[in-house]
Design a protein around this ligand. Structure first.
Ligand code: ADP
Ligand code: MG
Length: 267
């Protein structure tokens, strides 16, 4: 399998707050890009394995080949065979699952040599086969998230519209800027994406204005936002994308626009 474009773009989906739609955005953006004809690999970088679950894996903890075993091989200086651990979803994306073993990997990373670059080393081996690699980060700013940001071209920050934690966002941006300065100077922002926007409230507009006012000069904020929709949660519970589950709904429309925006950003 060869990559259809020039160079692969690596996007990290990150926010240290849980439940802000990181995994859901990874799945729907990834499948949306695949529907647009791109070769896409999703990486589950969360020991909870939620991305793997959203891809239809019932019991991630029973998997033999995961990101945890890949990271262990890289840390041990072993070569990872082409295609090792990678699974294919029926909607055309490929993914590398994760499970609870990744928690132990995060601990051993702390004392590994070049510990920030282990994931990057792996990504460089698979990148020639893809147009996009999307990394679904865990809800922390620990070593695994740092590894994802060290390997990424851009970071997309999903922000839950209901409760804006400006302090949390400050901390996330400060971490990203530190990584940019010391570890990955080429790291850029894909943008801040407002998620789970409840159309019945005015929060979204206020929050969007607040975010633009505070960060808009430094960080792009997606024009489009993702609505709060029970269809989105149903789709991930069924191991499918919103495009398969409710193709005509508002959420599918919003994710299509997001895919277009990301495609328009190019590399
Ligand atoms: P994170 O990865 O940031 O922890 P998830 O993507 O797992 O967040 O989303 C948290 C929960 O919210 C999940 O149950 C998911 O199905 C649900 N969810 C995500 N996005 C939406 C949305 N736009 N509308 C309704 N529910 C959503
Ligand atoms: Mg998640």
């Amino acid at each position: 399998m060869e990559n259809t474009g020039k160079k692969c773009k690596v996007v990290a989906i990150a926010n240290q707050k849980g439940g802000v739609s990181k995994t859901t955005t990874t799945v729907n953006l990834g499948i949306g890009l695949a529907r647009a004809g791109k070769k896409v690999l999703l990486l589950d970088i969360d020991p909870q394995g939620s991305l793997s679950a959203s891809m239809g894996i019932q019991e991630p903890d029973k998997l033999e080949e995961t990101l945890a075993t890949v990271m262990t091989m890289i840390m041990d200086g072993q070569e990872v065979e082409a295609g090792y651990g990678i699974l294919t979803h029926e909607e055309g994306v490929q993914f590398l699952p994760a499970n609870i073993d990744l928690a132990a990997v995060e601990v051993s990373l702390t004392s590994a040599m070049s510990r920030e670059y282990m994931l990057k080393e792996y990504i460089e081996t698979v990148a020639p086969h893809y147009d996009y690699i999307i990394a679904d980060c865990m809800p922390s700013l620990g070593m695994l998230t740092i590894n994802a940001l060290a390997a990424a071209d851009t970071v997309l920050i999903p922000l839950q519209a209901q409760y804006l934690s400006l302090k949390g966002l400050e901390q996330l941006i400060a971490t990203i800027m530190r990584i940019k300065k010391r570890i990955n100077p080429a790291l850029d922002f894909e943008g801040i994406l407002l998620t789970m926007v409840d159309a019945r409230t005015n929060y979204a507009k206020e929050i969007m204005e607040m975010v633009r006012g505070n960060y808009g000069r430094r960080i792009p904020v997606f024009e489009n936002h993702i609505p709060l929709s029970v269809r989105v949660a149903e789709a991930s519970a069924e191991g499918r994308s919103i495009f398969a589950h409710d193709p005509k709904g508002r959420a599918a429309e919003a994710y299509s626009v997001l895919v277009e925006e990301v495609l328009a950003h190019g590399r």
